[in-house]
Design a protein around this ligand. Structure first.
Ligand code: UD1
Ligand code: CA
Length: 461
């Protein structure tokens, strides 16, 4: 039978001072809710229901097609939030229900899976994922009886002095048997100082009714960390950033100085590749071995082969082959395919184009919507003029062509293999293989013109 996760995400997160729901605050470029969502999916949970509330439309749009959503119109506590999902849970054929806090993005799939094994093997109707932490302030405390058996969760606001000293806390994540959850939800009351329906009250109710509950202590105590303010969010970012960098280093990636280096957890990077300061590798990047990436390089959904150097490069949805030398100041825009041993130098932009091997585009050049052959040389300042104000057209440049400095190639146009264009040409017609095209007016020289016209004013020196 299937299991379902209910992610609580209705809170406003007042202390974030944001126009967006708190769970949309980002941890390494990904909203907190997506970290939680991905952990549940990775743990094999098939169905996900998200409880939205504050700015529900934003979350609903963000989750469209990925999760079922239910709205909580008033924020009356975590128990009340889960009640909003009760009909959905009742109507579906689920065995266990996993509750997760949308604002606790460090929960991981191993912790979720191990807790489920513990829950199932011991036949518990409820298994709370707990953690032992140094500073338990603000968290619900795990209370155990004199036998060490878990018997209640006491929230900070309701805790006495002794209870406040307990450093085993509720992560907010918990597994329930479906029917037990539906039953316990119907029993929760809001008779506390905050007049909220606390989900955590389910433990005491279950114990009082002799139902068996357990607390599974997470091996990874970071799994409970959450952020209420942007200062705490910065702390989480730093922690996750460092964790990923250490993983990569242990796999053979060199990061001699970690300043400003941010790598998304999904990145695959080959051994002996060096990542230099100020480099941000966002989601969906695959980088080969022996590369030098950075300094100050930003990659998104980009593939790089082996032995390539990218210095001050920005690339999105692009691919770069082996032994390329790119930069400084190169921008590769979506659908760019740079093959092997290509050089792109200062202030070169490439978009929606293929650049075949051994081609050199050294300075101040725009290559857009073009198919460039092998061994082509671009002089300084070449522009593929791909947009006529209405539509985009392509340029085709043959193998070993030589494009002179400051050539404009007015698309659609084709330059043949080994063909040359003279510097300063504006090329509008096809240039055949092995031809030279000159498209500029011939120079005229007017002897003595300056003496006759005296175009300058008085001498300045
Ligand atoms: C909760 C737990 C606490 C635990 C902590 C772990 C309760 C009563 N307390 O406290 O034991 O140690 O998480 O982080 O469960 N939410 C709604 N609707 C509401 C209230 C909350 O959707 O009416 C959502 C929030 O958006 C958030 C999650 O539930 O994602 C947790 O709520 P929050 O108010 O942050 O609970 P904590 O005080 O952190
Ligand atoms: Ca919280």
């Amino acid at each position: 039978m299937k299991n379902c996760a209910v992610i609580l995400a209705g809170g406003e997160g007042t202390r974030m001072h944001s126009e967006k729901p708190k769970v949309m605050a980002e941890l390494l470029f990904k909203p907190m809710i997506d970290h939680v969502f991905d952990a549940a999916k990775k743990a094999g949970v098939s169905d996900i229901c998200v409880v939205t509330g504050y700015k529900a439309e934003i979350l609903e749009a963000h989750l469209e097609g990925r999760a079922h959503t239910v709205r909580q119109t008033e924020r009356l506590g975590t128990g009340h939030a889960v009640m909003q999902a009760a009909d959905y849970i009742r109507q579906n054929d689920f065995e266990n229900i996993l509750i997760l806090n949308g604002d606790a993005p460090f929960i991981d799939s191993e912790t979720i899976s191990e807790a489920l094994v513990y829950h199932t093997n011991r036949g518990f109707i409820q298994t709370v994922i707990s953690a032992k932490i140094d500073e338990p302030y603000g968290y619900g405390r795990i209370v155990r009886d004199f036998n060490g058996d878990f018997c209640a969760i006491v929230e900070e606001a309701s805790a006495d002095k002794e209870t406040k000293k307990i450093n085993e806390i509720n992560s907010g994540a918990m597994w329930f048997k479906k029917d037990a959850l539906l039953y316990l939800l119907s029993k929760i009351k809001n008779d506390n100082s905050k007049k909220e329906y606390y989900l955590t009250d389910t433990v005491k109710i279950a114990v009082d009714e002799k139902m068996s509950v357990g607390a599974y202590t997470a091996k990874n105590s970071d799994a409970v960390l959450g952020a209420n303010t942007r200062v705490q969010l910065n702390g989480l970012n730093e922690r996750l950033r460092r964790k990923i960098l250490e993983e990569k280093m242990l796999q053979g990636v060199s990061i001699p100085i970690t300043d400003g280096v941010i790598i998304d957890g999904s990145a695959v990077i080959g051994s002996d590749t060096v990542i230099l300061p100020g480099t941000i590798i966002k989601e969906g990047c695959i980088i080969g071995k022996n590369c030098i990436i950075g300094p100050n390089t930003v990659l998104y959904k980009t593939k790089v082969g082996n032995g390539s150097a990218l210095n001050q490069v920005q690339a999105e949805e692009a691919s770069v082959g082996d032994n390329c030398n790119l930069g400084p100041f190169v921008h590769l825009r979506p659908n760019t395919n740079i093959k092997n041993s290509v050089h792109c130098g200062n202030f070169v932009e490439v978009k929606n184009s293929t650049v075949d091997s051994h081609t050199s585009v050294s300075h101040l050049t725009y290559v857009g919507d073009s198919d460039v052959g092998k061994g082509v040389n671009f002089g300084c300042g070449v522009v593929t003029v791909n947009f006529n104000g209405k539509e985009k057209n392509r340029c085709t440049i043959g193998d070993d062509a030589f494009i002179g400095c400051n050539t404009n190639l007015i698309a659609p146009v084709k330059i043949g293999d080994r063909a040359y264009t003279a510097a300063g040409s504006t090329i509008t017609d096809e240039v055949p293989d092995d031809a030279l095209a000159i498209a500029r007016s011939r120079q005229t020289v007017k002897e003595g013109w300056v003496i006759k016209k005296k175009p300058y004013r008085e001498k300045k020196y």
